[in-house]
Design a protein around this ligand. Structure first.
Ligand code: SF4
Ligand code: SF4
Length: 472
């Protein structure tokens, strides 16, 4: 039996009843351990275990929520087809597209893309990375969105799309809403970051019917922290969204931004027990506040030692508590470091600018311009900006023993000097907005990031070398 069929058979058993679910979960776990630990040779034993427990925690969290009746059978089956078979393993059709892409361009196509179809938002959070505001209406028109989605789907074989914003549920263009994306591409899976305030019972019902979109609802902590950054009453509205999603058994996640102000709260298990154990979240994405966007400030950034504490917390959460938390920086062992610049993903914003990463607010190419010149989004992957970014990633991973420290993988933040070297050596790099332009020209900003990087290195390199570096 082919691997994908074996997994799909197991997943059907998962959904049948508790007894077969228990059996199938054990089989999947065994397969994971064999693939990610026993047969794996690339990483140290400790990194192998971090990676294995990271994936296992997703399985365990999902099983707990299925047992609690929080995920419908229909949704789980659809997610297995699109997310596991279509995106993670790769359907036959997708594997063919990927092979043809590699043959033609010499690199693997990215596995996912993040798109922010609109900058519109109904909130005005402090330090919003998108500088979003109700006054801004930059939006990718549906016809363009449709055209580029078709290219990403058909030419790159992408089956996993992340939708960000602005607030995606405010997207409206040519009679379409954001839910028309998963509706039009039913063989793909969509993860949508949302502030949750617009998830009414009707929107939740539509998501349940679609079965290939999961919302990650933003929070900053509990009521006090959320309302303080997002506005009064927003926490209660996000709780209402969660209630509406649970009522129709749509699995949801939580998205949290770690700042200097809430870092302590995020190292306390209570926080995770609340969102996973009590509220029934199926996953959590943690972003560390990045000094970009509206009123960008290095003051809100967590300190290097707070970041290290959060890494230790992440490790304990996946190893011991089996809650699926992914921290974009501290979980980089899971994806071999930085995945920007098309190595694993890239980002398209509300102006259709093509950027290496959501947190790198600089670009060279724009989808609209490329199409006007008879080119494709794919061409952007070969700009000097993207190519130099990927070369940096490759060189980083080849560092001699004790090897690349995957605890500080970030091109723009953890290696800001290298990043500035790339920016200065490329032609015609443009900032995404005024704030990005100001940051680029601020020597004080760069100096603060250089100092952050030095301190981070002094904390995390000894730990990496002693505990996580490959033995030989
Ligand atoms: S952080 Fe999100 S919810 Fe808040 S203003 Fe920005 S886009 Fe809107
Ligand atoms: S640049 Fe930083 S945030 Fe972006 S993918 Fe790389 S490590 Fe992640």
């Amino acid at each position: 039996m082919k691997k994908e069929d074996f997994i799909l058979t197991l997943s059907k058993l998962v959904m049948s009843n508790r007894l077969t679910r228990h059996f199938a979960t054990k089989q999947i776990d065994k397969l994971l351990y064999k693939t990610m630990v026993t047969d794996e040779t690339k990483y140290s034993q400790e990194v192998k275990l971090d990676r294995y427990y990271g994936v296992k925690s997703l399985l365990v969290t999902a099983m707990k929520n299925i047992n609690k009746g929080l995920i419908s059978k229909e949704f789980a089956n659809h997610a297995m087809e699109t997310l596991v078979k279509g995106s993670m393993i790769g359907s036959e059709e997708r594997l063919k597209i990927m092979a043809a892409f590699k043959e033609k361009y010499g690199i693997n196509p990215p596995g996912l893309v993040v798109i922010s179809p609109t900058k519109k938002c109904n909130l005005k959070c402090i330090g919003c990375y998108a500088s979003s505001s109700g006054d801004h209406v930059e939006t990718i028109e549906w016809s363009l969105l449709d055209k580029m989605m078709t290219e990403l789907h058909d030419d790159m074989g992408i089956r996993f799309f992340v939708i960000s914003g602005g607030e995606p549920l405010m997207y409206a263009s040519e009679g379409k809403t954001i839910l028309d994306l998963p509706r039009k591409w039913p063989d793909s899976f969509f993860l949508m970051y949302t502030n949750g305030t617009l998830i009414t019972p009707d929107i939740a019902k539509q998501m349940a019917e679609l079965g290939n979109l999961t919302p990650a609802v933003s929070t900053e902590g509990y009521k006090e922290e959320t309302d303080q950054r997002r506005g009064s009453g927003i926490y209660d509205r996000s709780m209402e969204a969660i209630k509406n999603l649970k009522a129709v058994k749509v699995p949801f996640g939580i998205s949290v931004t770690a700042t200097k102000k809430n870092a302590e709260l995020l190292t306390d298990s209570k926080f995770y027990n609340y969102y996973f154990g009590e509220l029934g979240a199926s996953y959590m994405w943690m972003f560390q506040y990045m000094p970009i966007g509206r009123e960008f400030s290095t003051e809100l950034m967590i300190s290097p030692s707070q970041r290290f504490e959060l890494y230790k917390k992440w490790k304990s959460l996946v190893h011991n508590e089996h809650w699926f938390v992914a921290d974009f920086w501290n979980s980089a062992e899971m994806c071999d470091g930085c995945i920007s610049c098309g190595k694993g993903y890239f980002y398209i914003d509300w102006n259709a600018n093509i950027m290496p990463c959501v947190f790198i607010p600089y670009y060279k190419d724009n989808v609209r311009d490329l199409y006007a010149q008879g080119k494709k989004v794919t061409d952007a992957l070969f700009s000097d900006f993207f190519v130099k970014g990927r070369e940096w990633q490759e060189d980083y991973l080849k560092r001699p023993a004790p090897g690349a420290n995957l605890l500080r993988p970030c091109l723009i933040r953890d290696h800001h000097k290298d990043f500035m070297g790339i920016v200065n050596s490329c032609s015609n790099i443009k900032p995404e907005d005024e704030a990005a332009k100001d940051a680029l020209g601020s020597e004080e900003y760069h100096q603060k990031l250089y100092a952050f990087d030095e301190e981070l290195k002094s904390i995390e390199d000894p730990y990496w070398n002693e505990n996580l570096a490959k033995e030989d």
